[in-house]
Design a protein around this ligand. Sequence first.
Ligand code: SAM
Ligand code: ZN
Length: 332
Amino acid sequence: MKERLLQYLQCPACGGAIEIESVRQRESGEIMEGNLSCRAGGHHFPITRGIPRFASLDSVAEDKAATAANFGWQWTHFTQADERYAEQFLGWIGPVQPEFFKDKVVLEGGCGKGRHTQLAAGWGAREVIGIDLSAAVESAFAATRELENAHVVQADIYHLPFARCFDYAFSVGVLHHLPDPRGGFKSLAAKVKEGGHLSAWVYGAENNEWITRFVNPLRTSLTSRINPRALLHLSKLPTALVYLATKLVYRPLNAIGNGAVAQHLFYNDYLKAISGFGWREQHTIVFDHLVAPTAFYISRDEFAEWWNDIGARDVQISWHNKNSWRGFGRIG
Ligand SMILES: C[S@@+](CC[C@H](N)C(=O)[O-])C[C@H]1O[C@@H](n2cnc3c(N)ncnc32)[C@H](O)[C@@H]1O
Ligand SMILES: [Zn+2]
């Protein structure tokens, strides 16, 4: 933990200021082992392996812990980087562009292995703080510790340990996995300063009936319940189908005649979007779809209500890859 993270922290239990209580180990500018506390309420939070811990899987409700445990396994296994992450990320947070991050204090809700925290830091954010509930924070810390302006915190999105201090907050692929997606969205929005901005990307209900009807029953009754290592192997079969289809059919057909023929293919926009990824990344994507115990598919109307609820202005909601919704708006 870099000491200047302190200015943004606030006790998630009582809202008091957070101080360093003790330091047992420092390593190249980071507090690796120690304790934080709030003087006002007498709450204590450990720093272990360089990460301040405001929540743990033992301290949250079972449904939240089950989702985070599975994703924790995913992001500590699939730690690879891919040069296509930047383009993919910009697709999820559009219309936001890299320049938008310049000099902003940014919060990422559910950072996974930290790939987007890393990008935001590289695009000139003043500070970017990635939070996640799961063991994914270990990977995120390893991926970002060399970056002066990047911080990783273990926390629950519903109990964020920050003041209302952010110029921009974003959350990609997280809210639909929460037991109460709208509640998570509101909690994130509440940390954005008046005049600041928020981005969120969620699975769409529209055009995903084949998933909700056929894949979801399999996910909830089998694939999210088995040992992740077993799922790792089991998911190689659907990955092989996706891999062959994208490499042999979708990619070549989209490359000819401006995609005139390809546009008639099943789920073309999405499969085209992932067709440039290699085996490992496609395996990560397929595994990701099968591992989560909780996944909601959200309609445009419902998503629009979330933005209304928080009183956001200039809201832009757009249909991404014809299977998901991305939103961007101004707070206050
Ligand atoms: C599909 S992953 C997306 C990670 C990252 N945004 C990305 O796109 O690479 C969902 C992430 O949400 C995290 N998560 C789930 N429940 C959470 C909660 N209650 N608070 C914070 N993070 C949570 C999981 O641990 C997981 O890392
Ligand atoms: Zn406190």
